[in-house]
Design a protein around this ligand. Sequence first.
Ligand SMILES: [Mg+2]
Length: 243
Amino acid sequence: MIKLIAFDLDGTLTQHKTPLEKENRAVLDELAARGYTLLMVGAGQCARIFRQMGEYPLDIIGNYGLQAAVYDKETGGLRTVRDLIFPVDRDSINERVDALRTKHGFTAYRGASVEFHPSGCVTFAILGTEALQADKLAFDPDRIKRRAIYDEVVATFPEYTVFVGGSSSFDMAPRPYDKLYALDAYAKEHGILHEEIVFVGDDYGPGGNDESVYLSDIRFIKVDDYTRLREALGDLLTKEATT
Ligand SMILES: [Mg+2]
């Protein structure tokens, strides 16, 4: 009874921010051939996701639902259907981030403390926007540091959904946007029920950007290694979609 398979990108179909490789592209092709509708529900911008996926033909939800784009078969490109921009009170956010930095000793950083995205999403870059890649990777590989203060960051930014993002940051999307909200809206628009959806993602732990879907009534397939996507999908690759 599955019609729609929705995917996360980084860590699920690809290595973080790297192009979709031919093995998983072939998996998507097989699912599409079985009649499933494929959907990308990403944290980044639609255009960037589309490029990272080698212009794979599917609809894309970006920025936790602030953006949406449909694949146009005739042009082979994306057509933007939603591109919301939320106002941001930068002073207020900087003040609150500074207070968190002082309290927890995260006072040293390179570049800017906070990245303000055009959409209204915000990144609290603990090591700064110009931090060295090696420092970022070494900072919190098991996410223990960020999970320790996650609840406090959530409480500090009640107007945002807060995610433990990247290697050393918190990403924030204006409420009510998150992947569940976006997926639910897409499903309603297309007359698809939750029980007809499978979501495939890797970031389902506390503060993860797939957690909202994981905790919902939608069936969730965990991918802990994107090179083993095929195994994780199990019988979806042998069954036909419901039509
Ligand atoms: Mg991911």
